[in-house]
Design a binder for this molecule. Structure first.
Ligand SMILES: [Zn+2]
Length: 255
C-alpha cells in the first residue's frame, strides 16, 4: 500500500486514514504500507523526497532535463488541440535549448521537463490490452518531472518508487497507457532497466522491467468515467448507505 500524497492541495492525514479504513472494510489486505511498515519504506510519498531529489540530480547530470518557464498561457497558445483522451498536448519545445539552463541548480521555482528522445519507439506488451506502441515526440512530448511549486511530478515519483520498492506488476487504469510509455523512457534514463547498471534493480529480480495490466475504467450509468468528484459513488458513501462490501465489489465487476 503506497500513499501517493505529494500534492499538498489534495492530500492530508485525514484522507490517508479514510482511504485505509475504506480499503480494509472492502476486505483488501496488504503486507507493506504506511500503517504497517515494511522493508522498502517509508510508504507515503510525502516522506520520500530524498529519493526523488536524487533521481532529479541524476537526470539533470545526464542531460535529460531542462528548466521550463513557459506559462500556462504560452502553452495554450502553442498547442494544437489534444487528439485523444490523454491529458496533455505535445510540448512545443520552446525551452529545450535555453542557454541559461546551467544557472538552475535546484529544482524549486521552475518547471522541469524530461527531454524525450524524438522518434524513439516505445513498445510494451500489456497483459490485458496487448501490444502497445508509442512514438516519443509525436504521441507525447517533453513531460513534467518537477513542478514549479517544488512538488515532484507523478511520472518521476512512481518510477522511482516502483524501482525502490521492487514492484514487478503494475495494474492500473487504461487512461495511463501513454504514461506507461513516458515512464519506460524515464526508467531507461535512470538506468533501472540497464543490466550493466551498478544498482541493478529489475535485473536482479530477473525482470527487464515490470509487467503491466491496464484495466478498462469503471464508469457511471451514463458512461462517464468515475472521478473523485463523484462523491455519490465513493466507497465511503456506499458503505454509509448500508451496502455490503461484497455488493460493492460485485458492482465494480470484481470476479
Ligand atoms: Zn518552456
Amino acid at each position: 500500500m503506497r500513499n501517493e500524497d505529494l500534492d499538498p492541495q489534495r492530500s492530508g492525514p485525514e484522507f490517508a486514514r479514510a482511504m485505509i479504513e475504506d480499503l480494509r472494510w472492502l476486505g483488501i489486505r496488504w503486507s507493506e504500507g504506511p500503517d504497517c511498515g515494511g522493508p522498502y519504506g517509508p510508504y507515503s510519498q510525502s516522506e520520500r523526497r530524498a529519493h526523488y531529489l536524487e533521481a532529479w540530480r541524476r537526470l539533470r547530470r545526464g542531460g535529460f532535463l531542462y528548466p521550463c518557464t513557459c506559462s500556462r498561457k504560452d502553452l495554450a497558445l502553442a498547442a494544437s488541440a489534444p487528439n485523444d483522451a490523454d491529458d496533455e498536448p505535445v510540448y512545443p519545445g520552446t525551452c529545450r535549448e535555453r542557454k541559461d539552463a546551467a544557472e538552475f541548480t535546484e529544482p524549486a521555482g521552475v518547471n522541469w521537463r524530461f527531454r524525450v528522445p524524438e522518434g524513439d519507439v516505445v513498445e510494451f506488451a500489456d497483459l490485458n490490452l496487448g501490444r502497445q506502441r508509442y512514438v516519443a515526440g509525436s504521441d507525447f512530448g517533453d513531460f513534467l518531472i518537477w513542478r514549479r511549486d517544488d512538488v515532484p511530478a507523478y511520472q518521476l515519483a512512481v518510477v522511482v518508487d516502483d524501482a525502490a520498492m521492487r514492484i514487478t506488476e503494475i495494474v492500473r487504469g487504461a487512461d495511463l497507457l501513454k504514461s506507461t510509455a513516458r515512464q519506460r523512457l524515464l526508467m531507461r534514463a535512470l538506468g533501472y532497466t540497464d543490466l550493466r547498471y551498478a544498482e541493478l534493480r529489475y535485473a536482479e529480480l530477473g525482470h527487464a522491467a515490470p509487467d503491466y495490466f491496464h484495466c478498462e475504467l469503471v464508469r457511471d450509468a451514463a458512461g462517464a468515467r468515475l472521478a473523485k468528484r463523484h462523491d455519490a459513488l465513493s466507497i465511503r458513501h456506499l458503505r454509509e448507505k448500508g451496502l455490503t462490501a461484497e455488493k460493492v465489489l460485485e458492482m465494480a465487476g470484481w470476479p
